[in-house]
Design a protein around this ligand. Structure first.
Ligand SMILES: Nc1ncnc2c1ncn2[C@@H]1O[C@H](COP(=O)(O)OP(=O)(O)OP(=O)(O)O)[C@@H](O)[C@H]1O
Ligand SMILES: [Mg+2]
Length: 371
């Protein structure tokens, strides 16, 4: 899989941008606020249909413009494929080879990217919500159908929560329980499958990066379910969720929101016997995140048969020299097609090679440069 060209139109501050990336490393350099993250975000949105940081799609459209558009030409299994996404009036439309995509699966068609941002580096110490979305991005990368499944769940959850807040009759509320239990069980199974593939690899990667004796563990276990999660079938989880929703109804009514389901669970990270959130140092926390990303990339390579494209947004400036050197070395050796952004070319030079394309980003314009 390879990105052959990328163009953006009225995407945030990128008015008209066309980029021909290197088959290996492309490095976008620019001062603060020039549009580096916007460029990376445009590519991430194209490849995943998930905003990297926006809360609303409207944010993606350039101030004063009616529509944002991102288009990319990819080489996939020997064939060229063009995908494009447009955002206007708060909704998105996806295109494959110029025609509206029939489904999101048809749209993705094997395109795979892994992003790594400074926000990721903060997940260990942050709240559960950040870890959930960190985990969910990995689950989505592995199982693209997860995008629709988690949307279906989120919609049902929103409806149930609204009714809880309105003090609606219980019979109205429980209409949503069936969807939440069924789709919730699917989300749990997806997360479990991802953990089963990635956790061991991440532990091994951490042993290389961490330079810490403690073993890293990555654990996901749903809360409030009366079931053995390691062996439960999807049907068992469906039943367990339905039961928990029913049992917790009075509490949910009192709290005004749904208190059980994949939307309240956490990804537990530990070093030895200690929760990383409370006890890991900043450097150790970052090493955990790097280990996870490396594991995710290696896992996608094993399961898809090719490497995902890697997008790193100014990560080097957040890392100590030793861990940055590890990461840059990994990128240089991985063979993956990579887009890096940075304010300081010196920090990422180690990831660069003969085939590197250097780009300069200035006031929303992107042009080839040499460094
Ligand atoms: N919808 C939008 N329309 C126009 N400009 C926007 C929009 N959204 C964000 N911007 C502008 O984009 C700029 C930020 O771009 P970006 O986040 O890509 O910067 P950056 O180069 O990554 O900077 P840093 O090095 O600080 O991370 C800001 O000036 C912001 O006002
Ligand atoms: Mg940025």
């Amino acid at each position: 899989m390879r990105l052959l060209s990328l163009s953006c139109e009225s995407f945030r501050n990128l008015k008209q941008v066309k980029v021909t990336p290197s088959p290996r490393t492309t490095i976008a350099v620019g001062e603060n606020g020039q549009g580096k993250t916007n460029l990376l975000e445009a590519l991430y949105y194209l490849a995943t249909l998930k905003p990297l940081r926006a809360n609303t799609l409207k944010e993606l459209v350039q101030f004063g413009a009616g529509r944002a558009r991102v288009e990319g030409r990819w080489l996939l299994n020997g064939a060229e494929r063009d995908i494009a996404v447009e955002v206007s009036h708060g909704t998105r439309t996806a295109f494959v080879d110029g025609k509206r995509a029939a489904s999101v699966e048809a749209y993705f068609g094997g395109v795979s990217v892994v992003a790594f941002t400074p926000d990721d580096l903060a997940v260990v110490k942050g709240g559960p919500e950040g870890r959930r979305s960190f985990l969910d991005r990995s689950v989505f990368n592995r199982f693209p159908a997860y995008l629709q499944e988690s949307r279906e769940y989120a919609k049902a959850l929103k409806s149930r929560n609204r009714l809880l807040k309105e003090d609606a009759p219980h019979s109205h509320l429980t209409v949503w329980d069936e969807t939440l239990a069924r789709v919730g069980a699917r989300l749990l199974v997806r997360r479990r499958a991802l953990l089963a593939e990635v956790a061991g690899r991440a532990q091994t990667a951490f042993a290389h990066i961490g330079r810490i004796d403690a073993r890293a563990t990555f654990l996901y276990e749903p809360s409030h379910l009366e079931v053995d999660f390691s062996t439960a079938s999807e049907g068992d989880l469906h039943l367990a969720l339905a039961k928990a929703l029913e049992q917790r109804l009075a509490r949910d009514v009192e709290r005004g929101h749904t208190t059980v389901g994949p939307h309240v669970d956490d990804l537990d990270l530990a070093l030895g016997d200690h929760a990383a959130r409370q006890y890991a140092s900043q450097g150790q926390s970052r090493a955990l995140v790097i280990a996870w990303k490396v594991a995710e990339i290696e896992n996608l390579k094993a399961t898809n048969g090719f490497l995902p494209m890697l997008l790193l947004d100014d990560v080097s400036s957040e890392l100590d020299p030793e861990r940055n050197a590890f990461l840059m070395q990994y990128l240089a050796e991985s063979g993956a097609q990579t887009l890096l952004t940075t304010t300081d070319a010196a920090l990422v030079r180690r990831a660069a090679g003969a085939e590197t394309t250097w780009l300069s980003v200035k006031a929303g314009a992107v042009s080839p440069t040499s460094v």
